[in-house]
Design a binder for this molecule. Structure first.
Ligand SMILES: *[C@@H]1O[C@H](CO)[C@@H](O)[C@H](O)[C@H]1NC(C)=O
Ligand SMILES: *[C@@H]1O[C@H](CO)[C@@H](O)[C@H](O)[C@H]1NC(C)=O
Ligand SMILES: *[C@@H]1O[C@H](CO)[C@@H](O)[C@H](O)[C@H]1NC(C)=O
Length: 347
């Protein structure tokens, strides 16, 4: 056995111990309380080597680069290093499906790029249909799928217009995977031209407007009941991706109210967000905690601290729109996947 083999073996043993130590740590560690620390080993990939990526802010002209160099550090432990090959081996023959809005898409894209950069020589296929994006590694028979669904409950096209049915789910038969990661929130807050429905309906009652958080709560409760009665959580890992923060009001972090995410190049320091708690967060926590074996990826605080992580005017080439709700890639959603990795590799 050559010297390098021996060193490799020793390193494998050390790495194994770190992972085991992490398992012990993770059990007693709140992964969602912590802070962003500068990291030489981030970003996890170079976005320009990920040909299918969106949200590539550098490519769209973003000039600053510090935002790439942070890792999420829970107060009581360290997240294990994302080992893409180990992840694919563990998920051999399996499907991981994200169901939700464009923030699910953000997380899906991040995961495909983290994995592709880990096994750059492994062939992949990617297919898009109107609502379904499927990324597969044939060598591992593993698929990472994104199914677009902004509300989880039904949006029906009827004579009177588009009706958002808060107590009805008819597309759940499409939610198929060994790991399912759901998300809905942002679409519930839309107004004006970005609003994608005309009426709310509960039972026979149809109304044009109602308290949006009340509507969100009803829908999420419908979803939770659907999951509890249709998904066998002893065979399927079910996660809910919590509310991802927006940065539209500078006075939340000590700047003028007119400031938003544009031009922000540093995270909020420390582990407390100075602004108010995020709308919707309490609803998500209370509904998900009432479910059996559904794990909340509670990303609200860690996203609140990243006023620097949004695309702002670099969402597309020559874009004028200031996007303060999605996230640049590489970037913040990679940390969501590092947390997902820690949880999935644990058991
Ligand atoms: C990514 O790779 C490209 C091409 O190999 C290189 O020009 C660029 O500097 C790299 N970007 C980062 C952020 O390292
Ligand atoms: C990738 O695809 C090429 C062409 O189809 C094939 O020759 C090669 O063996 C594949 N690589 C792997 C790792 O499966
Ligand atoms: C901005 O945030 C401050 C502090 O939380 C709040 O008082 C103010 O009403 C907010 N402004 C808007 C337009 O939401």
């Amino acid at each position: 056995m050559g010297l390098w083999n021996i060193i490799g073996l020793l390193m494998a043993v050390v790495a194994d111990e770190i992972v085991q130590a992490n398992n012990v740590q993770l059990n007693s560690c709140d992964l969602f309380k912590g802070s962003w620390v500068y990291s030489d080993s981030h970003p996890l990939y170079n976005a320009s080597t990920c040909p299918f990526i969106g949200f590539n802010c550098l490519d769209n002209g973003r000039p600053d680069r510090d935002y790439l160099k942070y890792r999420w550090k829970p107060n009581g432990c360290d997240l294990p290093r994302f080992d893409g090959e180990a992840f694919l081996t563990r998920n051999r023959g399996k499907t991981i499906m994200f169901v939700g809005d464009s923030l699910s898409n953000n997380m899906w894209q991040s995961l495909t790029c983290v994995l592709h950069s880990a096994v750059p020589n492994s062939n992949y296929t990617i297919t898009y249909s109107s609502k379904l994006s499927t990324f597969s590694f044939p060598e591992y028979a593993a698929s990472i799928v994104f199914l677009q669904n902004g509300f989880l409950v039904d949006l029906a096209y009827e004579k009177i217009g588009k009706v958002l049915k808060l107590d009805s789910i008819s597309t759940g038969d499409q939610w198929k995977g060994d790991t399912l990661i759901f998300n809905t929130y942002h679409w519930w807050t839309h107004t004006g031209r970005s609003k994608t429905w005309d009426y709310f309906q509960v039972g026979d009652k149809v109304v044009e407007e109602m308290d949006r958080m009340e509507a969100f709560k009803m829908a999420l409760t419908t979803w939770s009941k659907w999951v509890d009665s249709n998904i066998d959580t002893s065979k399927t890992n079910v996660f809910f991706q919590g509310v991802s923060a927006v940065h539209l009001n500078g006075s939340e972090w000590g700047e003028p109210e007119a400031k938003n995410c544009k031009g922000q190049s540093q995270p909020v320091k420390g582990s407390k967000y100075p602004g108010p708690s995020h709308r919707g967060e309490d609803i998500v926590k209370s509904v998900v905690s009432s479910m059996e074996k559904v794990y909340l990826l509670d990303i609200t605080l860690l996203t609140q601290l990243r006023k620097d992580g949004h695309p702002s005017i670099y969402a597309g080439k020559g874009s004028k729109f200031v996007d303060c709700s999605h996230w640049c890639l590489a970037g913040v959603p990679d940390s969501w996947n590092e947390i997902l990795y820690a949880l999935l590799m644990q058991n």
